[in-house]
Design a binder for this molecule. Structure first.
Ligand SMILES: [Zn+2]
Length: 277
């Protein structure tokens, strides 16, 4: 189970509407939303991984400490949500080093996991996993092995693999399910929020029981926040995707947390690494 810790204005849907230079002038809601998520996890007895932007951790170090103190894993989501394929190899190395420094300074915990913004490690970035391995990361969860309008690496494996030969780095792609020979998203995002809960439960059961594999699921703090500011200047498609069903999300998550056994990504990765040999 994982949370991608970013604020409502840092999402891909508003990329063209809200410039990074404006971020500091906007209302930040990430801390209150993360506290609500911590409550949800405490109620259900679940430990998870919080992939956090360096930009957010720098401004909310006390929140980072609360997350770590409650037994959750702190991992990296990059500095400011720049997608990996927009960075070169050098800029990517600087981005992950700067982010890790802030995360580790805030919490005192070693960061060994990384998730690319918008699952942006794909066929265009053959160097990205190499850089993560060079920097000593144990795992990445940065690949969506599916075709999507914003992202996706259709040919990637669906389950954990070692992307760099000779390195220990494990990539755990976000979960997909197979239906009639086609891959469908099943690890969170609009899929979970927009479709009935039963569809997600069916898909994750398929993965767990029929395929015998763990599911990698993610959501965002802004997805449980119906009171967030509404941007009327974003494209209609982005607004539909961003704002639909925010009020039902917390209830759906509670069911999801109760229906399956969830854990931190680093624990799941250790098991997957043993299986890979
Ligand atoms: Zn993100």
């Amino acid at each position: 189970m994982s949370v991608d810790v970013e604020d409502w204005f840092q999402v891909g849907a508003f990329e063209k509407t809200i410039a990074r230079a404006q971020w500091d002038g906007l209302e930040r809601r990430v801390e209150r939303n993360c506290d609500a998520i911590l409550g949800l996890f405490a109620d259900t007895g679940i430990k998870a991984t919080f992939f956090t932007l360096g930009w957010v951790a720098q401004r909310h170090p006390a929140m980072m400490r609360r997350i770590a103190q409650q037994g959750h894993e702190i991992a990296s989501h990059g500095w400011d949500h720049a997608r990996v394929f927009t960075l070169g190899r050098e800029a990517f190395a600087l981005d992950i080093a700067r982010t890790r420094g802030v995360l580790e300074d805030a919490t005192g915990c070693a960061v060994t996991g990384y998730r690319a913004p918008s699952f942006s490690i794909d066929a265009r970035t053959p160097w990205a996993h190499e850089v993560l391995a060079e920097h000593g990361y144990a795992y990445s969860s940065s690949v969506a092995p599916i075709a999507h309008d914003h992202y996706g690496w259709r040919e990637a494996p669906r389950f954990a693999f070692r992307p760099v030969s000779g390195a220990g780095l494990v990539e755990v792609p976000v979960t997909t399910a197979e239906l009639a020979g086609r891959r469908m998203a099943a690890g969170g995002g609009g899929f979970f929020r927009l479709l009935p809960y039963g569809v997600s439960r069916w898909a994750i059961r398929q993965v767990n029981h029929r395929e015998g594999r763990p599911a990698a699921f993610y959501f965002h703090p802004w997805e449980i926040d119906p009171a967030q500011p509404r941007r009327k200047d974003a494209p209609l498609r982005s607004r539909l995707r961003h704002y639909t069903n925010l009020s039902v999300m917390a209830g759906k998550l509670r069911r999801l947390l109760g229906d399956f056994a969830w854990g931190r990504m680093d624990e799941v990765v250790a098991r997957e690494a043993a299986r890979l040999g």
